[in-house]
Design a protein around this ligand. Structure first.
Ligand SMILES: C[S@@+](CC[C@H](N)C(=O)[O-])C[C@H]1O[C@@H](n2cnc3c(N)ncnc32)[C@H](O)[C@@H]1O
Length: 334
């Protein structure tokens, strides 16, 4: 993995929290990766994770000939960034959608192919900062964690109703939690007394159920369980697994895609899709590789790129970021 050279400081806000809230992660590098595809009249760029609109605003500013289509499954994010992007008028089209719906969204808009796609995965600062959304383990709040609060099951429902074995699987797979059995044992005993409704009781239970040694490593002991619940509640990995190939398919030749991941499960998935696209599918031993077997993608990043230490010092939410980029170099085989 490579660390990039220092980035200019972006955005402004009141106080430390305000600053990180408005700083889009690895912004300059994302723009540079997409630039060659977007500096042309009629280019369309899709921001699959609009959030507070930081990356989108920068895309519209830096690429004045491009049009933006931006998706988010969170209606509050669409409302806030709608205000922010209003000055760009009809250059920006904001859509309430889950990002694996990208092909349908583009078909509805009459946009057959696009020149750029950006994913900035995970939760937004707004979702983390609004205590009542239930994403943050540091504040007591209803255990919700749905990015789209109009649909789906909440984290409380997952905790109170899933069989123990299923909870262990989720904590291990999505939280990489080594103490999953121990934590789930405690959850099951507790939920029989009274169902979970708010986060503080869960955080306390996790802390009490872990051995001293496990509490000393890796920050807040509830972090991994919260990540696992969030991924389950929003079906994040299943959606991503469909969305990244769909986004690659939507790219015109020479179009570019950039994906910012925040944990190894996301990054692994992106890496696999890009690696598969960049590999030849020819059976071994062919003297000349026919066009239909040749790679569809060229990788634009060597491994995953990391934020600079300076960026992390200014915005702690950038710390786990991993950026990968690729360019479409060929049409799909017939
Ligand atoms: C990290 S934030 C994006 C921040 C944004 N780049 C900015 O500069 O403000 C991720 C956003 O993606 C949205 N999101 C996450 N998963 C999604 C999905 N499967 N479909 C659509 N939106 C999703 C979240 O609701 C959140 O608003």
């Amino acid at each position: 993995m490579q660390r990039r050279e220092a980035l200019p400081r972006e955005g402004a806000g009141g106080g430390r929290e305000g600053q990180s809230r408005h700083v889009p992660v690895m912004l300059q590098r994302c723009l540079d990766l997409l630039a060659p595809a977007l500096q042309r009249p009629g280019a369309v760029v899709v921001d699959c994770t609009l959030g507070l609109g930081g990356h989108s605003e920068a895309l519209l500013t830096r690429f004045p000939e491009a049009r933006l289509v931006a998706l988010d499954r969170d209606k509050e994010a669409l409302r806030l960034s709608g205000e922010r992007l209003a000055p760009f008028g009809d250059r920006a089209t904001l859509v309430h959608a889950v990002y694996d719906e990208l092909p349908d969204v583009l078909a509805r808009l009459g946009v057959p192919r696009v020149q750029g796609v950006l994913f900035d995965l995970g939760v937004s600062s707004m979702q983390l900062d609004e205590a009542d959304r239930g994403f943050a383990y540091a504040q007591d709040a209803p255990l919700d964690m749905r990015m789209d609060q109009t649909t789906g099951v909440s984290a409380a429902e997952v905790l109170n109703t899933y069989p123990a074995g299923e909870l262990v699987r989720i904590l291990r797979a999505y939280g990489e939690e080594k103490q999953a059995k121990r934590i789930v044992g405690a959850i099951v005993r507790e939920r029989e007394k009274e169902p979970f409704t708010t986060s503080a009781r869960l955080v306390e239970l996790i802390r009490d159920s872990l051995p001293q040694a496990a509490k000393r490593t890796g920050g807040n002991p509830a972090k991994r369980t919260f990540q696992a619940l969030r991924i389950e509640v929003n079906g994040e990995l299943a959606v991503l697994e469909r969305a990244v190939p769909a986004a690659v398919k939507a790219l015109a030749v020479d179009g570019r895609i950039a994906v910012l991941s925040y944990h190894s499960l996301e990054d692994r998935l992106v890496k696999q899709v890009f690696a598969a696209g960049a590999a030849s599918t020819a059976p071994p031993g062919l003297p000349v590789v026919p066009e239909r077997y040749q790679p569809r993608l060229k990788l634009l990043t060597r491994g995953a790129e990391l934020p600079t230490e300076e960026e992390v010092a200014q915005n702690r939410r950038a710390a786990p970021a991993r950026l990968r980029g690729a360019q479409r170099i060929r049409e799909d085989a017939e």
